[in-house]
Ligand binder design. Structure first.
Ligand code: ADP
Ligand code: MG
Ligand code: MG
Ligand code: MG
Ligand code: MG
Length: 443
């Protein structure tokens, strides 16, 4: 929506909004809220609302303590679940420095910057259709999540097997009330696992939508006594949760990936973009799969990709070209999981694709057989590399890739790598139950 300041003032009056929730996203993809009473509305609309950034992850330096929130009025919405004390509206903000410059440590500002580069390269929009998956766990009587799954259903199962169905239906209805165009919602392969797909949008709106989506899912699940988690692999032995990203580039003439006369009806640009994605795939993995647990999902046997390859027919590789053509022509990157900061993840795949376009990077041949049935030698003959197998290795690839440095900008790039290395170190120095089970009595 293209709301004006007056539209906002009118909605505040009509709906009796009492609180404003100002949202932005930190380095780790966590939504940050600053809640202010409605008396601050005029200040907000004038870009004069300040907050202390020094306590926010990735906003570390003391000089960064005074920050301004500039509201993006198009993201204004009133929460359907507002409290008894009056309605709450939220607006997503850009973080600005006191001298009026976009703060480069703000992941959303960074995506806006990369989208600007895309426009200079002649494109009008980068469309993203995400497929986020999540688990619903039961909560105990203290309101804490347990590891008890909410049902024993599986792919496309219907009630009464699927007890999460009512909860999922309310999530969908709430999303629709909030303006989402939900295309599909279904039970996933694993018990307790669900997927909700909403219509693709321009990259910035899509990233905002992903953040709002997670908030809605968690909020509604609680109403049902359930805990929704986007942790990629909460339980070993069953499928993990991913967030496939479907993507396409548009010019003012339409979908730039479609060419009626091209090979597989794909344009030259589609192949170059694909070439860039494949070239930088190992490097963007740390951004798209940013936590230790992400790598427990990227293992063979659970429908998650493990190898850097693409296919026009097969569902197992990292990048799939779905059958749809015309304006729906798209590439689907299947490694991404929902713990990724969507602003950073989308910036990194876009920059990788733009590098492919700029340098005319030809992709390797497609792999249309089941890669999981090939042995290491066959994979080598077909030039198929592995995705990084740990956060540690993924960070090494990220740290060695100049294009990814450009995708995140030097500041976010450096703070991301530093913070994630610390996270990995903290994990590495723990002794796990698995180790004690294996070794304590054996040695
Ligand atoms: P899958 O077959 O992988 O399960 P889904 O049907 O669940 O795929 O999701 C497809 C996603 O792709 C939806 O979010 C849809 O809006 C999106 N999509 C459709 N056309 C485009 C496009 N041109 N660019 C980007 N995303 C698109
Ligand atoms: Mg899907
Ligand atoms: Mg589908
Ligand atoms: Mg799925
Ligand atoms: Mg998919």
């Amino acid at each position: 929506h293209d709301y004006t300041k007056d539209d906002i003032r009118q909605m505040v009056k009509d709906e009796d909004v009492k609180f404003l929730r100002l949202m932005f996203t930190d380095l780790f993809g966590t939504i940050k809220n600053v809640e202010v009473p409605i008396t601050q509305l005029e200040k907000l609309l004038d870009n004069k609302l300040m907050f202390d950034g020094s306590s926010i992850e990735g906003f570390v330096r003391i000089e960064e303590s005074d920050m301004y929130l500039y509201p993006d009025l198009s993201t204004w919405m009133i929460f359907p679940w507002s409290s008894e004390r009056g309605k709450i509206a939220r607006v997503i903000c850009e973080v600005y420095t006191p001298d009026g410059k976009p703060f480069e440590g703000d992941p959303r500002n960074n995506l806006i910057r990369v989208l600007g580069d895309m426009k200079k390269a002649g494109f009008t929009s980068f469309n993203i259709g995400p497929e986020p998956e999540f688990f619903l766990f039961k909560m105990n009587d203290k309101g804490e999540p347990t590891l008890h799954l909410n049902d024993k259903g599986s792919y496309f199962d219907m009630a009464p097997m699927d007890l999460g169905e009512n909860c999922r239906r309310e999530i969908v209805l709430t999303l629709e009330e909030m303006g989402f165009d939900v295309e599909a919602a279904h039970h996933e392969v694993a018990p307790g696992q669900h997927e909700i797909d909403f219509k693709y949008a321009d990259a910035l709106a899509a990233a905002d939508n992903i953040q709002t989506f997670k908030l809605v899912v968690k909020t509604i699940a609680r109403k049902y006594g359930l805990y929704a988690t986007f942790m990629p692999k909460p339980l070993s032995g069953i499928n993990g949760s991913g967030m496939h990203l479907n993507m396409s580039l548009f010019t003012d003439k339409g979908n730039a990936f479609f060419d009626e006369s091209g090979e597989l009806k794909l344009s030259k640009d589609a192949y170059y973009f694909l070439g860039g994605l494949l070239k930088h795939a190992r490097a963007f993995t740390a951004v798209c799969n940013p936590i230790v647990n992400s790598y427990k999902r990227l293992v063979p046997g659970y429908e998650a990709p493990v190898y850097v390859a693409w296919s026009g027919s097969n569902r197992s590789p990292l990048i799939r070209i779905p059958n749809a053509r015309g304006n729906s022509t798209r590439l689907e990157v299947r490694s991404v999981d929902p713990t990724a900061n969507p602003y950073l993840a989308i910036a990194s795949v876009l920059e990788a694709g733009l590098d492919g376009l700029k340098n005319k990077i030809e992709p390797e041949d497609s792999v249309d057989r089941n890669i999981y049935r090939m042995d290491a030698e066959e994979r080598q003959e077909s030039h198929i590399k592995n995705l990084p197998d740990t956060l540690h290795n993924a960070l090494k690839d990220l740290a060695a890739d100049e294009v990814m440095k450009g995708a995140l900008g030097p500041k976010l790039y450096q703070s991301f790598i530093e913070a994630k290395n610390l996270e990995y170190d903290s994990y590495r120095t723990q002794v796990s139950g698995w180790e004690r089970d294996q070794y304590l009595e054996k040695y």
